[in-house]
Ligand binder design. Structure first.
Ligand code: NAP
Length: 304
């Protein structure tokens, strides 16, 4: 029997494991793909306090080693559900059952991709899903941001501070994001809106050299030379397996506030898979700590 079963071995999940083990609890982490989650695809992390620069994969490896050196167990299996048996939460993974007194769901999100030619091939070579993580590598270069939500608007504003030019490509002529974020962009000399347009193709064999956009109203195509393309067309949570266990919002994120408590006692949530505005490495780590300490408190006070 484990004290804390953590579903997801990204930054949130591994931070929760570190806090859980340090509090003397028996912890197991389940990961279906790669320990480290989203950050492993980032060539460099330069916005984590106290670490000036580190590659995403090194950051993830350090986290995993830290959690394991403290005694956390790991299981490289996809979790297919959580059931309750005799008051104990049982995590189902790889055809086996893992009884846990508490559970922390930290499954993260995947970024929605555009699904255009060369997008997957050029990830890390000009295609990025995180302006905050990768934007600094495009200082004085021309870049495109794709999307019309708050993330795209914020990304465009962020990049406009040091990129030579930012093209904001959106498929409609109205932004989904807040108008308060649109106005300052309209006033920037180095930001150009490319509206009613979809990206048809990314140009470049080894690195991004440009994009071809098509106007949805006129059908006209245009090539825009850019060194980077920041895709901000929404995020997809991975919570389908848990919709019978905890309450989700309309977009599939687990409902919880800063206390990381879900609708189900003994089940906590950490990181990008919960309802929140800011999804960053630092906030994932913060959630991991909060959820683990909440789980410890639940173990010590409720299940004592
Ligand atoms: P979002 O609000 O879902 O916006 C996604 C945008 O991408 C939409 O403009 C959508 O166009 C466009 N899009 C979707 N699929 C596309 C495709 N295949 N090709 C081209 N464009 C596509 O996502 P988000 O901006 O990541 O925001 C997610 C949530 O976090 C939102 O609730 C947002 O408010 C919140 N958030 C809040 C803050 C904040 O500071 N408060 C900051 C960032 C995010 P349509 O508009 O035409 O559908």
């Amino acid at each position: 029997m484990y004290d804390i079963g953590i579903i997801g071995g990204g930054t949130a999940g591994m931070t929760a494991a570190i806090y859980g083990q340090r509090a003397g609890k028996k912890v197991i982490i389940f990961e279906s793909m790669t320990y480290g989650g989203q950050i492993t695809t980032s060539p460099k992390v330069e916005n984590y306090p106290g670490i000036a620069s580190v590659s995403g994969s090194e950051f993830a490896t350090n986290l995993l080693e830290q959690a394991m050196s403290l005694g956390a167990e790991t299981e490289l299996e996809k979790v297919t559900g959580i059931v309750e048996k005799n008051g104990v939460k049982v995590i189902l993974a790889g055809g086996s059952e893992f009884p846990c007194k508490t559970v922390i769901i930290a499954t993260g999100v995947t970024h929605r991709h555009l699904g255009v030619r060369r997008e997957e091939k050029l990830i890390g070579a000009g295609v990025s899903y995180c302006a905050t993580c990768d934007g600094a590598f495009f200082k004085n270069r021309e870049v495109a941001v794709v999307g019309g939500g708050n993330t795209a608007l914020q990304d465009a504003a962020f990049l406009s501070n040091y990129c030579k030019k930012v093209y904001l490509v959106h498929r409609r002529d109205e932004f989904r994001g807040e108008s308060g974020l649109v106005k300052p962009l309209e006033e920037k000399d180095n930001v150009e809106f490319v509206l009613d347009c979809v990206v048809k193709e990314i140009k470049g064999e080894d690195v991004v050299e440009g994009i071809i956009v098509q106007n949805k109203k006129t059908g006209e195509e245009q090539e825009i030379p850019v060194a980077g393309i920041f895709v901000a067309v929404g995020q997809i949570p991975q919570n389908q397996e848990f919709e019978e266990v905890v309450r989700l919002d309309g977009d599939g994120f687990i409902l919880a506030s800063e206390d990381c408590m879900t609708s189900k006692p003994g089940v906590f949530v950490a990181g990008d898979c919960r309802t929140k505005d800011v999804r960053q490495l630092t906030t994932a780590a913060a959630d991991g700590a909060v959820a683990a300490l909440a789980a410890c408190s639940y173990l010590d006070r409720i299940l004592k």
